[in-house]
Ligand binder design. Structure first.
Ligand code: GLN
Length: 531
C-alpha cells in the first residue's frame, strides 16, 4: 500500500514548493524507495497546453504527450523518472470527468456535489496513480496557496485521504515564506503562523513546516514556528536561497528530513546516499570555464518560460565543466536594433514559440549564426524558422511558415496533414515522444551515437515535404527523419562548426546526469568557438 506525502504552500506562490517536494523525492529515492509524484493545479484549464508561458511558466511535455505544469519537469529531472498525463490533476480534468459521469447516468437519482462527488473523484484519481505506478511513496503537491477558493476541494480531499489511509500513511508538509524585514533584519514568522491557522481551519495539521527564507532560519525562528504552529522543533526545516536548485535535497537532509519522514511513517531509517548528487552539484558550482549563450525568444521577461532549457544548460554544464551564462535577447529587439548584441556571445539558441511577434528577429538571429559560423541550436519554432531563413537567403524563395503567412508564395513550413480538420485547439498538436531515425555520418549521429531515438514534440506545423529535395540540393541536411519517413526532425549544415535544429524539444528529456545531446553539443561548440 503506498504512503503519501502531501506538500502544501502558504503565504504566497512561487516559493519553490515544487523544488522542496522534488527534493524530498530525491531523499526517498536515494534510500531505495520507489517514488512517484502528482501535481495538482487548481485552475479550470484541463491542462497547461492552452496557457501562455507568462501565466505559469513553460508548458512541459511528457512522453505520453501530456502538456503539463513545469513542476512535472522538476519531478522528472530530480527523480529521473518518466511521468504521464495522469500525474497532473487540474480542476478542469476533475470536473470534466464528474460531469461526463453525471451525463452517463452514473450518479442517477443523486444530487451531484463538490463533497462527496468531486472530492471522491480526486481521491480515486490519486489512489489510482499511486497504485498503478507501483510506488512505495507518492508525493502530492497542491498548487496555489492555502486559503485560495480554488484549492478548497483538493485540500478537503487530502484531509479525507489522511483519515481513510490512516495517520501512519499520510504526512502533511507545509511550505511557507519567512520574510526578513530589511530595517530590523529579523526573520518574521507571523505569515507562517497565519497560514498554518488557515490550514488548521480546513482540518489539516501540518506535520512539518519548511520555511523559505533568503537565509537559513535561526534556532530562535525555528522555536517560534514550533511553538505557534504546534510542530516539534525538529520538524521545522529551513529552505534558504541556494546557488543552484539541485542543492535543496542536500540542505534538507542536513537538517534530518529523511529521518523525520521515516520516523513519522514508522518505516526503517535507511542510509541516504547523496554522493552522486553532491558530485553533480559541485561540478555545476565549480565549473572552471564559462560561455555566453544568447537565448533569442519572445517570453524572455520570465525565466520560467524557458525553464527546461535553462536546466538542460545546467546538465550540459556539469558534464563539460563549463558554466553557461544565458544572455536574454528579446527577438523584437533584434528587429529594432539589429544583431549587434550577438557579437559578444559564443552561441545562439532559438527556442520554441508561436505566432508572428518577434519571428523576424529570430530569423535574423539564425541568419547571423549561419553566416558568422556561431554555434546554433534551433528548437521547434527555431527549427522551422531556420528552414525559412535558408529558403529565403540561400534558395532565394519568398517563403514563410503558413502559421504566420497563410497565403505565402512558398509555404516551406506548413500545417501537418492530420491538423487540417482540427478545430479544437486543446491537446491536439503533434505531441509527446515520437521515434526518429538518425542518419549515420552526420553531426546528429555523432551527438546521439544511435540510429534511433525518441524525443518529445509539441507542434502543429512541419517542413513542407515538397521543399525537402530543393533544400537538400543546396546543402541543407536533414539528418533526422521521423520513422514515417515523411517528417523532417533534425536539420544541420555540414560546412558550419555547429548549426543544428530539431523539430522536437530536446530540453524535456535532459536529466542531471544525462544531458540532452543537442545541448551538450551546443555548449561544447560554444567553448571551442571562444578559443
Ligand atoms: N508554432 C510552431 C508549431 O505549432 C512551433 C511550436 C513550438 O515551437 N513548440 O508547429
Amino acid at each position: 500500500m503506498p504512503k503519501y506525502i502531501v506538500v502544501t504552500g502558504g503565504v504566497l506562490s512561487g516559493l519553490g514548493k515544487g523544488i522542496v517536494a522534488s527534493s524530498i523525492g530525491v531523499l526517498l529515492k536515494s534510500q531505495g524507495y520507489n517514488v512517484t509524484a502528482i501535481k495538482i493545479d487548481p485552475y479550470l484549464n484541463c491542462d497547461a497546453g492552452t496557457m501562455n508561458p507568462y501565466q505559469h511558466g513553460e508548458v512541459f511535455v511528457l512522453e505520453d504527450g501530456g502538456e503539463v505544469d513545469l513542476d512535472l519537469g522538476n519531478y522528472e529531472r530530480f527523480l529521473d523518472i518518466n511521468l504521464g498525463k495522469k500525474n497532473n490533476i487540474t480542476t478542469g480534468k476533475v470536473y470534466k470527468s464528474v460531469i461526463e459521469k453525471e451525463r452517463r447516468g452514473d450518479y442517477l437519482g443523486k444530487t451531484v456535489q463538490i463533497v462527496p462527488h468531486i472530492t471522491n473523484e480526486i481521491k480515486a484519481w490519486i489512489r489510482k496513480v499511486a497504485k498503478e505506478s507501483g510506488a512505495d511513496i507518492c508525493i502530492i503537491e497542491i498548487g496555489g496557496t492555502v486559503g485560495d477558493i480554488e484549492s478548497m476541494p483538493f485540500l478537503e480531499a487530502v484531509r479525507q485521504l489522511h483519515i481513510e489511509e490512516g495517520h501512519e500513511n499520510v504526512i502533511f508538509i507545509h511550505t511557507t515564506l519567512v520574510p526578513i524585514i530589511s530595517v530590523v533584519g529579523e526573520q518574521k514568522t507571523k505569515p507562517t503562523q497565519h497560514s498554518v491557522k488557515e490550514l488548521r481551519a480546513i482540518g489539516i495539521s501540518p506535520d512539518a513546516i519548511v520555511g523559505r527564507c533568503s537565509e537559513e532560519l535561526t534556532e530562535e525562528t525555528k522555536r517560534k514556528i514550533s511553538l505557534f504552529c504546534d510542530v516539534p522543533v525538529n520538524a521545522v526545516f529551513s529552505s534558504p536561497n541556494v546557488e543552484c536548485i539541485y542543492e535543496v535535497p542536500i540542505v534538507l537532509e542536513k537538517q534530518g528530513m529523511s529521518s523525520f519522514i521515516s520516523k513519522r511513517f514508522g518505516i526503517p531509517e535507511k542510509k541516504v546516499d547523496l554522493k552522486t548528487w553532491q558530485d553533480f552539484v559541485e561540478r555545476i558550482k565549480k565549473a572552471e570555464n564559462e560561455v555566453k549563450i544568447a537565448l533569442v525568444g519572445k517570453y524572455t521577461a520570465l525565466g520560467d518560460s524557458y525553464l527546461s532549457i535553462l536546466e538542460a544548460f545546467r546538465h550540459a554544464s556539469a558534464a563539460l565543466n563549463t558554466k553557461v551564462n544565458v544572455v536574454w535577447v528579446e527577438s523584437e529587439d533584434i528587429e529594432k536594433k539589429g544583431t549587434k548584441i550577438l557579437d559578444e556571445v559564443d552561441g545562439i539558441l532559438v527556442p520554441g514559440g508561436f505566432g508572428s511577434r518577434g519571428a523576424e528577429g529570430k530569423i535574423k538571429a539564425i541568419e547571423y549564426a549561419r553566416i558568422n559560423k556561431k554555434p546554433f541550436l534551433g528548437i521547434c519554432f527555431g527549427f522551422q524558422l531556420a528552414v525559412v531563413e535558408y529558403g529565403r537567403n540561400v534558395l532565394g524563395l519568398e517563403c514563410h511558415t503558413t502559421e504566420i503567412e497563410p497565403n505565402v508564395k512558398h509555404p516551406i513550413i506548413t500545417i501537418l496533414p492530420e491538423q487540417y480538420d482540427v478545430d479544437m485547439l486543446g491537446g491536439t498538436m503533434r505531441l509527446g515522444a515520437q521515434p526518429i531515425i538518425i542518419k549515420e555520418g552526420t553531426l546528429a549521429y555523432s551527438l546521439y551515437k544511435k540510429k534511433e531515438v525518441k524525443e518529445r514534440h509539441r507542434h502543429r506545423y512541419e517542413v513542407n515535404p515538397d521543399y525537402v529535395e530543393m533544400l537538400e540540393k543546396h546543402g541543407f541536411v536533414f539528418s533526422g527523419i521521423a520513422k514515417d519517413k515523411i517528417r523532417m526532425e533534425i536539420a544541420e549544415l555540414p560546412e558550419h562548426p555547429y548549426f543544428i535544429a530539431s523539430q522536437f524539444h530536446p530540453e524535456f528529456k535532459s536529466r542531471p546526469l544525462k544531458p540532452a545531446p543537442l545541448f551538450y553539443g551546443l555548449v561544447k561548440a560554444a567553448m571551442e568557438n571562444k578559443k
